[in-house]
Design a protein around this ligand. Structure first.
Ligand code: S3P
Length: 472
């Protein structure tokens, strides 16, 4: 499937973004361990979160789907969860979802069944030794596929291929994470829930802390001291459950980010996005855009289940200046790198981005994919690999190719966030833009095109069957 987006100048109205992807994955996993039913609302009906939900169902948990964003998970406690996994063999397919596969590996740490976790071609290329190595230190019998690079491990991941019918006494872990990764941290925190003692993790750089916040909401024994996070199994009388039995998922800041940047760079932009998650470990993009002079007003701020939220009113009133993004800040906007690059192209000065190494391990190598695509639009970059640094130069009249009679032919590399970011390049005023392989937008933002159309975008979706569906 591909989309051709017409140049666009005016964006006005209200955008509704879906439930947070990170929270959707985590909510079904923790609900699966809870002793009482958990009613989840605001769930992301995107393919990534659905993969985690289907995994829970495949294991044998009872799930009631009320509607695509609302469900009840009938967890029966950690003990029963472990029993469900005892001596069974099954394969769980997480498709494109790195979060699903990596967090589930922690959830399955005490399983005694033979379990295989796998995914699509993109997921099976992503590094997994970052979770298999520390899980093995805890005593988990887990191995990943070893492809051409024998020092790395990839999905499929195999649990308990070597030990049959064993009892799994999981050892606690004291571990300094070698990379800034919320997925690795969360995997090990979930495994730590089942260990016989206190697990302590030290983060090199603060990453999103949804797992810590949600574990607290579910009454888990979790503490944070500086960069150290400790977790212990619940004692006999403490069970995991939500006091209210209801978890409302806030809207996804990462999905809102596409429309925030689009509005800022439009000739005339004025949009409202309500009830967006504003957890400070996710809103690095907001921090840097405000520093660049962006007009973004935050109102109606409150907290839902330990997660800050607010309404965002964004306008195109101010021109953006250049910025300097440190590695610490980049970790707080790690998924917003592709859309941030679009913003930097319109800035009045170059932007320096540090700590880019982790971007190579996302749904695509995001530095490579974005630089390749945006270079076609005339953008200029300086990539200083030895320093993990990228310098972006704004697009100027002189380096903008005059191609108004032709579509720019861009490739998303099947990466949802790259596809949605390139879509917003239609606001750069350089001509129609074609983006190929856009199907994976469905992993995180199924209503993306409807929302884009609502505020003024004009585009045509072309299906593989050759049919053109016009959403103008
Ligand atoms: C996520 C963590 C990040 C992020 C991903 C979601 C999470 O990955 O890129 O989209 O929900 O924990 P890493 O942990 O690999 O940085």
């Amino acid at each position: 499937m591909e989309v051709v987006v017409e140049p666009c100048e005016v964006l006005l109205g209200e955008v509704d973004v879906p439930g947070d992807k990170s929270l959707s994955h985590r909510s079904v996993m923790l609900a699966a361990l809870a002793n009482t039913p958990t009613h989840i609302s605001g769930f992301l009906p995107g393919l990534d979160a659905l993969a985690s939900l289907q995994a829970i169902q495949k294991i044998g948990l009872q799930v009631e789907i009320i509607n695509p964003t609302e469900l009840i998970i009938y967890g029966q406690g950690m003990r029963d969860f472990t029993h469900l996994l005892a001596n069974h063999s099954f394969t769980l397919d997480f498709e494109n979802a790195g979060t699903g596969l990596r967090l589930f590996s922690g959830l399955l740490a005490s399983a005694t069944g033979q379990i295989i976790l796998t995914g699509d071609a993109s997921l099976c290329k992503r590094p997994m030794k970052r979770i298999t190595a520390p899980l093995r230190q805890m005593g988990v019998d887990i191995a990943g596929a070893r492809l051409s690079d024998i020092t790395e491990e990839k999905a499929p991941l195999f649990f308990n291929l070597n030990k049959k019918n064993k009892t799994n006494n999981l050892m606690p872990l004291n571990y300094v994470l070698p990379q800034a990764s919320a997925q690795v941290k969360s995997c090990l925190l979930l495994a730590g829930l089942f260990a016989t003692g206190k697990t302590t993790l030290t983060e090199p750089i603060q990453t999103r802390d949804h797992t810590e916040r949600m574990l607290k909401e579910f009454g888990a024994n979790i503490q944070k001291k500086g960069q150290d996070i400790s977790i212990e199994a619940p004692s006999k009388n403490d069970k995991l459950s939500l006091i209210s039995g209801h978890y409302e998922i806030v809207k996804d800041f990462s999905s809102a980010a596409f429309f925030i940047v689009a509005t800022l760079i439009a000739k005339q932009g004025d949009i409202l996005i309500r009830k967006v998650g504003l957890n400070p470990t996710r809103t690095g993009l907001l921090t840097v855009l405000l520093k660049m002079g962006a007009d973004i007003q935050i109102s109606n701020q409150h907290v839902i289940h330990n997660e800050p939220v607010g309404d965002l009113h964004v306008t195109s009133k101010n021109k953006l200046t250049g910025a300097h993004v440190s590695s610490d800040l980049l970790a707080l906007m790690i998924d917003e790198f592709p859309i941030f690059l679009i913003a930097t192209l319109t800035a009045s000065a170059p932007t320096i981005i540090e700590g880019i190494q982790e971007l190579a391990y996302k749904e695509s190598n995001r530095v490579e994919t974005m630089v390749k695509n945006l270079s076609q639009l005339g953008a200029k970059f300086e990539l200083i690999t030895a320093e993990n640094k990228l310098i972006v130069y704004p697009l100027s009249g002189s380096n903008t190719p005059n191609q108004s009679h032709l579509d720019f032919d861009l490739h998303s590399a099947k990466d949802h966030r790259v596809a949605m970011s390139l879509f917003m390049a239609a606001l750069l005023g350089i001509g129609p833009i074609k983006i190929r392989e856009i199907e994976n937008i469905n992993t995180s933002f199924p209503q993306f095109f409807e929302e884009a159309k609502k505020i003024g975008f004009c585009f045509k979706i072309i299906t593989n069957q050759g049919g053109a569906k016009c959403l103008q």
